[in-house]
Design a protein around this ligand. Structure first.
Ligand code: GRF
Length: 224
C-alpha cells in the first residue's frame, strides 16, 4: 500500500498533521473519485472492494494510497465490513465518500461512520433508489432526472440530501445517453458537497441538510 506524503503511521491510525482528509470507496470505474481528486480535495486513500476496479490504476498513477478489501474473500457481510472499517480507520479520515461502491453496508458499519459517510446516487432521491436508475427513469417516463449526494443511513439510498442536480430527459434518450448526462452533473455536485463537509458548513436539522455561509445552492439546474 502506498503512503501519502506527510503522513505518519501511528498505532491509533495515521496522523496527517491536522489536515482534514477523505477516504474514497470504489468498486469500478471511479470517475467520481477522479472528479473528487481533480477538484483538489485532500485524499487519504482510495479503497476498492475489487482488485479489478478500474479506478485503482488511475489512483495509483496519481500517487494516491490505495488498498483492496476483496469482497470475494469474505463469505459473511459483517466480516467484510469489519475488514473495510479497519482499512478506513488506519487512514483516520474525517470523511468517507462512497463513489460507485457496489456494496450494501451493514447497519453497524453505517453507525460507525454516522454523520461522516456520504454517497452519490444517480437519481433524484427519493425517486429510484437501488440499481438501474436511468433505465427505470426512462420506463417511468419521467421528464426530469438527476443525481443526489446524501448522508448514508442504514436504509439503502436514503438519508439527508446535501445537494441535487437535475437534467432533462429527452425524447430519444437511451439509458446510455441519459447516464452520461447525469454523470457530468455527478462530477460537479460530489466535489462541492465534500468541500462543504470538510469546511464544516453542513448542518442537519431534523433530517434536512442546510449549508452555512455563501455559495449555498443545493439544487443545480444546468443548462444543456
Ligand atoms: C455513479 O453513477 C454513481 O452515482 C453510482 O455508481 C456510478 C459510479 O460511477 N453510485 P464511477 O465509478 O464513479 O464512474
Amino acid at each position: 500500500m502506498a503512503q501519502s506524503p506527510g503522513c505518519v503511521a501511528t498505532e491509533a491510525g495515521r496522523y496527517n498533521g491536522g489536515v482534514k482528509s477523505i477516504v474514497i470507496l470504489i468498486s469500478g470505474r471511479g470517475s467520481n473519485m477522479q472528479a473528487i481528486v481533480e477538484a483538489g480535495l485532500p485524499i487519504a486513500a482510495v479503497i476498492a472492494s475489487r482488485a479489478d476496479a478500474a479506478g485503482l490504476a488511475w489512483a495509483k498513477s496519481h500517487d494516491i494510497a490505495t488498498e483492496v478489501i476483496e469482497q470475494r474473500d469474505f463469505a459473511v457481510r459483517e466480516h467484510f465490513d469489519a475488514a473495510l472499517a479497519r482499512a478506513i480507520d488506519r487512514q483516520a479520515p474525517d470523511l468517507v465518500a462512497l463513489a460507485g461502491f457496489m456494496r450494501i453496508l451493514t447497519p453497524e458499519f453505517v453507525r460507525r461512520y454516522g454523520g461522516r459517510l456520504l454517497n452519490i446516487h444517480p437519481s433524484l432521491l427519493p425517486a429510484f433508489p437501488g440499481l438501474h436508475t436511468h433505465r427505470r427513469a426512462l420506463e417511468e417516463g419521467v421528464k426530469v432526472h438527476g443525481c443526489s449526494v446524501h448522508f448514508v443511513t442504514p436504509d439503502l439510498d436514503h438519508g439527508p440530501i446535501v445537494i441535487q442536480a437535475a437534467v432533462p430527459v429527452r425524447a430519444g434518450d437511451t439509458e446510455a445517453s441519459l447516464a452520461a448526462r447525469v454523470l457530468r452533473q455527478e462530477h460537479r455536485i460530489y466535489p462541492l458537497a465534500l468541500r462543504w463537509f470538510l469546511a464544516d458548513r453542513l448542518v442537519i436539522d431534523h433530517g434536512v441538510v442546510r449549508v452555512s455561509g455563501d455559495d449555498t445552492r443545493q439544487s443545480l439546474f444546468p443548462e444543456e
